[in-house]
Design a protein around this ligand. Structure first.
Ligand code: SF4
Length: 244
């Protein structure tokens, strides 16, 4: 595993998927085999295996202070091509520092913020999330622990992610479950049932449910590589089932 510190020119960058994204790391140690962000390797000219390297952008927090001032308002998403709570965050605390900068900024009200993660490490920052009214999303695509361990080995187990969402919701933090990608063994009914149940338990309209229906054929190759028992036939069946 190669971890190194790098300095960058910007922290907050404009994005096609939302107004701005903040990615405190290049690479992601969660090491999901279906990761859509692998293109970053080519983009950054990195030859290491995806999931096997992480570059900590150590000057991100200090750059953000000025960027919040000069940028036009909008929605900010942490993160788009890494998990801002991937295992490297334990040591570097870049995400926490970023949240502290946002909290102190007189310009923070120009923006709305959203975090999407697969890590229970986000618990550490509940105090800040609460003060900042940040929407916290957890990605889940299966409750099958064994499968999760194989395909997203360093992310928190799926039931733990749900527990974190429940805890955050009880603290009054806005939360949502994000079902992505739809994999050959993704049981949408089971996942939706859990999210709806959570919605009721929290007795507040804090759970939004989003599905990113990634066509299984796009994730078939990497998932099959780690879970060879999944056949092409099953993938095709799922494609038909979900109408891709
Ligand atoms: S958590 Fe997200 S960014 Fe990180 S490896 Fe998994 S899919 Fe990629």
């Amino acid at each position: 595993m190669k971890i190194k510190e790098v300095k960058v020119k910007t922290c907050m960058t404009k994005s096609k998927i939302t107004d701005y994204v903040i990615n405190p790391y290049v690479g992601c140690l969660n090491s999901c085999c279906y990761c859509y962000a692998v293109f970053m390797k080519r983009f950054m000219n990195i030859t290491d295996e995806w999931g096997d390297f992480c570059h900590a952008k150590i000057n991100c927090p200090e750059l953000l202070e000025e960027e919040l001032k000069k940028n036009l308002g909008g929605h900010v998403w942490l993160s788009s091509v890494t998990d801002c709570y991937n295992p490297a965050e334990k040591k570097y605390k870049l995400t926490r520092k970023i949240l502290e900068i946002i909290l102190r900024s007189p310009y923070k009200n120009k923006f709305t913020f959203e975090i999407l993660t697969k890590s229970s490490l986000v618990r550490r920052d509940f105090d800040l999330l609460k003060k900042l009214n940040i929407d916290l999303g957890m990605t889940v695509n299966t409750f099958n622990k064994k499968a999760s361990r194989i395909i997203e080995p360093y992310a928190s187990p799926p039931d733990e992610r749900v527990r974190v969402l429940e805890e955050a919701g009880r603290l009054g933090i806005k939360v949502h479950g994000f079902i992505s990608p739809v994999l050959p063994f993704t049981n949408l009914e089971e996942l939706f049932k859990k999210l709806v149940q959570m919605d009721k338990e929290l007795q507040q309209k804090v759970v939004t449910r989003k599905v990113k229906p990634a066509p299984p054929s796009k994730v078939a190759e990497p998932v099959e590589k780690r879970m060879p028992e999944i056949s092409e036939l099953e993938l095709k069946k799922k494609e038909r089932e979900f109408g891709f």
